[in-house]
Design a binder for this molecule. Structure first.
Ligand code: HPA
Length: 272
């Protein structure tokens, strides 16, 4: 079945289960579940029930699509995302973003946990993503282009919407939470980087590195949705002494920053 037909099939399955068209689609990263408690839930659908959806395999990613409201805004939220390192193709990783578009979403809000490659950053910092460098080995748009889904050569000059970035900065000031702005580099994982790799990633212009987000952003832009993305810095790769990084530490740091992140994202969504 073509990607287009899969999208139609999955949309036809979901549509009768929801009463409102979602305007904002939210993707939650590892340990960043805080928003799940803020959203007024209407419907939850486990990924395992949804035709054509892959099933998430990572600890800390629960795997359901939640429909509901944040303030007056109808949202759909992915609690748990798909990663390339799990073995999915980039088309599978980004399939839920296609479904967001098909259901009516105009703005996608993405969160993730990432490693700081900017030595000025601290663990627990929030970083608004202003741009990315795509170092993933597979591109989500590789292959024949279906013009019904988007153009062959999408522009990436403003992948991260400037108005949304400015709104988020204003909100962070109102809420008295510090926020960084920086460039996110997407790699395939699942290894964390070597000290030499963290240094290189900083030299080439990265402030943070992670294993998600970039493919989702590319597909969201292909589908002409606006994007806002924000990262929690869960570890700092740049160091004079060798530091070990574990998934548990990443989740712990993400969990600690989750309320701050959830407060900022909720306030942003309410203004959309
Ligand atoms: N590197 C890659 N991905 C990550 C990191 C990291 O240091 N921290 C959280 N996700």
């Amino acid at each position: 079945m073509s990607l287009y037909d899969k999208i139609r099939q999955t949309t036809a399955f979901i549509q009768p289960k929801i009463s409102n068209k979602p305007r904002v689609g939210i993707i939650l990263g590892s340990g960043l579940g805080g928003l799940v408690d803020i959203i007024e839930k209407e419907t939850s659908i486990p990924y395992s029930d949804i035709p054509n959806f892959p099933v998430s395999t990572v600890q800390g990613h629960s795997g359901q699509l939640i429909f509901g409201r944040i303030g007056n805004c109808n949202v759909m939220l992915m609690a748990g995302r798909f990663h390339y390192y799990e073995g999915y193709s980039m088309e599978e990783v980004t399939f839920p973003v296609r479904i967001m578009k098909a259901l009516g979403v105009e703005t996608v809000v993405i969160s993730n946990a990432s490693g700081g490659t900017n030595p000025a950053f601290n663990i627990g910092d929030l970083m608004i993503i202003k741009d990315h460098i795509n170092l993933c080995p597979e591109h989500p748009l590789r292959g024949p282009n279906d013009e019904r889904l988007g153009t062959r050569f999408p522009d990436m000059s403003q992948a991260y919407d400037h108005d949304l970035i400015n709104m988020a900065k204003a909100i962070s000031e109102e809420q008295g939470i510090g926020v960084r702005t920086g460039v996110y580099i997407g790699l395939q994982g699942p290894t964390f980087e070597t000290p030499a790799e963290y240094r290189m990633l900083h030299v080439i212009g990265g402030d943070a590195v992670g294993m998600s987000t970039v493919a989702e952003v590319i597909v969201a832009r292909h589908a002409q949705m606006r994007v806002f993305a924000i990262s929690v810095i869960t570890d700092i790769g740049i160091s004079d002494i060798p530091i070990t990084i574990t998934h548990e530490e990443v989740l712990e740091a993400a969990n600690a920053a989750a309320p701050k992140m959830a407060g900022l994202v909720a306030a942003l969504v309410k203004r959309l």
